[in-house]
Design a protein. Structure first.
Length: 90
């Protein structure tokens, strides 16, 4: 009846972030990138010292890729710091 819960991978972000990252492959393909940006935005909010004055954070994106138990690139999610895109995750 209850979901099997483990300790969150990141105590600042919490267990819900783990669930969001786990759900990403099941999100509709047309909405997947926006969903991933929301996840990274939550990481930025939880770790404000990782974010520069313009709201960019290479560390947050790297951390998202580290927390994922799969490769987000397989689902069309690119790290903007590797692909040259703009970091507009908020």
């Amino acid at each position: 009846m209850f979901l099997d819960q483990k300790k969150p991978k990141d105590y600042d972000c919490g267990y819900n972030l783990d669930l969001m990252i786990e759900a990403l492959p099941r999100v509709d393909e047309s909405e997947r990138l926006e969903y991933a940006k929301r996840v990274v935005g939550l990481i930025k909010q939880s770790h404000p010292n990782w974010v520069d004055e313009q709201g960019n954070s290479k560390l947050a994106w790297d951390y998202f890729f580290e927390l994922s138990e799969y490769d987000p690139r397989d689902y069309g999610i690119q790290n903007p710091y590797e692909s040259g895109m703009v970091d507009d995750a908020r």
